[in-house]
Design a binder for this molecule. Structure first.
Ligand code: ADP
Ligand code: ZN
Length: 599
């Protein structure tokens, strides 16, 4: 019916141009080649296999690790008028049989299937009796045993090459780290595949990392001032904290739901479905939440505890702004985070080699927190990418951080650790430096130390900041075997001997006003229309029992506001409005726009 990818992009999907490497990938697959696609979240991976599947003879098979993910994609494709179905264990038997029959009759263009289902002999027999256009392996990093998304069934996908030698295969992932990529190629037998590697930058995400002071209040202020009525995810380090924070936010008037592995599967699913289907909910969660969350209009991801690696941070923050519109990655972190994570690592009974590698990852994460230059440059450099200019869209770019020569104060802090016997925590050490004769100080005789009261040039907060930075840089450690008392590390020797100097960051005051305005996507005069379009979308979504974003994305609604189409022809030019959707929803949305223009 449509003979070129470009024609299909416009008519079915309603978009004018391919993005990034989409066109090359599509051409390569149509020509029958295998491919390995590494593209960041929101980069547009789905089109890369959907369009070739529609243009080649036969049915495309998409292997996907999560039922929710499959359902979402299938519903979105059906909205576009594409014959798509899924096969998985949560469907009743009759429906499964019906889908199998459709596949064998050649009535399906795309079939989504879980790996365990695919590998059953029943399914393989069915697929062998069907003409296949391609096989797509989504979330291909699930084959990596070292990642936290590992799925053992993915390992068996290595047999696909032998089973279907004529069918082009494409593996897709947003995982940026090198070792995982190498493992995917090896395990999925994709050595001969063409590799398409995109930049991992997410320019629409604004990175911010602030000092933690009154954590909960800071979070509340951030949401209330900048993300009122927006959907977002708040990551916490523990289940208890998730429960507590979700409840507290709700009490403060922010609609929030908890999600963690300690909840019943039913309760978890219920919360996940609500998050996907309703507008403006905040999900408070542990890292158990997020894989396969396809919701495109998550406007912020907040971390109130420090992730244990940059990989984890990048993956979690990547769930914001899939739709390409402005989004926030916001994190607060403080002295306690450093102490806690370092201690947990020291206490764990992991293999020494693994421990060292984890240590290195944590160091890199702490480095990102303390860096005073562009965060995006650091982040991308960690994944081996070079960003030539500072980004202009992170806190350090927007409001440059002052640094000071911290050599002298660092020496004072370190000698205070040394002279007090390397077994006291930060609070006590700060008391000694400030010359506070507390009971504990007097009892230990530390008012007699040469370092007593030598640090009156800084206040308590500033000293804590110095200690945090010394800990983050690994010049001292907090020893769990000694109740968290600080101990000097060999790395601090040059500094103590006067052979090295040290620059420290001057922490910002928390009341900083930078970016504290709501980042509205629409002009004030259009707010009414924006709300009306969203309401209309929600009504349609509820009638059909589908998530609102499969009707139209936020980006499409915003484009409608910008264009204010007055006819179906004009509506057809709005990005994201393809033929089918024009047909089904064009008039309804034109009416909403017309109503708001006359008032
Ligand atoms: P990924 O799977 O890589 O995270 P998706 O395939 O879900 O990304 O695409 C992200 C969003 O970008 C979707 O809303 C999709 O419709 C949109 N999109 C993809 N390709 C294009 C394009 N060429 N032009 C406009 N929007 C696009
Ligand atoms: Zn920057």
């Amino acid at each position: 019916m449509y003979d070129t990818p470009q024609a299909l992009l416009q008519s079915i999907f309603g978009y004018q141009h391919f993005r990034g490497q989409q066109a090359q990938i599509i051409d390569h697959l149509i020509a029958g080649g295998d491919a390995m696609v590494l593209m960041p979240t929101g980069g547009g991976k789905s089109l890369c296999y959907q369009i070739p599947a529609l243009l080649r003879q036969g049915m495309g098979v998409v292997i996907s690790p999560l039922i929710a993910l499959m359902q979402d994609q299938v519903v979105a494709l059906q909205q576009l008028g594409i014959q798509a179905q899924a096969l998985h264990s949560a469907m009743d038997w009759q429906t499964q049989q019906h889908v199998e029959q459709q596949a064998m009759n050649g009535e399906l263009q795309l079939l989504y299937v879980s790996p365990e289902r695919l590998l059953t002999s029943r399914c393989l027999d069915m697929l062998k009796a069907t003409q296949l256009s391609l096989i797509a392996i989504d979330e291909a990093h699930c084959v990596s045993q070292w990642g936290h998304d590992f799925r053992p069934e993915y390992l068996q996908l290595d047999s696909l090459q032998e089973l279907f030698p004529q069918v082009p295969r494409v593996a897709l992932t947003a995982t940026a780290d090198g070792p995982t990529q190498a493992e995917m190629i090896k395990r999925l037998h994709l050595q001969g595949a063409e590799q398409f590697i995109s930049s991992f930058d997410r320019p629409n995400i604004r990175y911010r990392i602030l000092q933690k002071q009154q954590g909960k209040q800071q979070l509340l202020r951030f949401i209330q001032t900048q993300h009122q009525d927006n959907a977002g995810i708040v990551y916490c380090g523990s289940r208890n904290k998730v429960d507590e924070l979700a409840q507290w936010l709700s009490q403060q008037g922010v609609p929030a739901l908890p999600y963690h592995a300690g909840m019943s599967a039913e309760h978890r699913n219920q919360n996940q479905t609500r998050f996907l289907q309703e507008d403006g909910l905040v999900m408070v969660a542990t890292i158990a939440f997020g894989m396969g969350i396809d919701k495109p209009n998550v406007r912020f991801v907040a971390h109130v505890d420090l992730p244990k690696s940059i990989e984890a941070y990048y993956q979690e923050t990547g769930r914001a702004g899939r739709d390409g519109l402005a989004a926030d990655a916001w994190m607060i972190y403080g002295l306690q985070d450093v102490v806690w994570l370092r201690q947990r690592l020291m206490e764990s009974d992991m293999d020494e080699a693994i421990k060292r590698s984890e240590q290195g990852k944590l160091d890199a994460m702490l480095g990102l927190c303390e860096v005073t230059s562009c965060r995006r440059q650091s982040l991308l450099a960690y994944f081996g990418e070079n960003l030539a200019e500072p980004c202009g869209n992170c806190d350090n770019c927007i409001e440059p951080v002052a640094t000071f020569d911290g050599t002298e104060v660092a020496r004072k802090a370190l000698s205070c650790v040394y002279r007090s016997g390397q077994r006291y925590g930060v609070s006590h050490l700060v008391d000694v430096l400030l010359g506070k004769p507390t009971d504990k100080v007097k009892h230990a005789g530390h008012d007699q130390l040469s370092t007593f009261a030598i640090g009156q040039e800084l206040d308590q907060k500033q000293w804590r900041s110095v200690f945090r930075q010394l800990l983050a840089q690994g010049l001292v450690v907090s020893d769990p075997a000694n109740f968290g008392g600080l101990r000097l590390m060999p790395k601090c020797r040059p500094l103590l001997k006067g052979e090295a100097s040290l620059q420290l960051r001057l922490d910002r005051k928390v009341s900083s006003k930078s970016g504290s305005k709501q980042r509205q996507p629409v002009a004030v005069q259009d707010l009414g229309l924006w709300q009306a379009l969203r309401d209309q979308r929600m009504t349609l979504a509820q009638e059909q029992g589908v998530p609102p974003y499969v009707i139209f994305s936020d980006a499409t609604l915003l484009a409608m506001i910008e264009a204010k189409p007055q006819s179906l022809v004009q509506m057809n030019h709005v990005p994201g409005v393809g033929e089918k959707k024009l047909d089904r929803y064009g008039d309804t949305f034109l009416a909403v726009i017309a109503e708001h223009q006359s008032t």
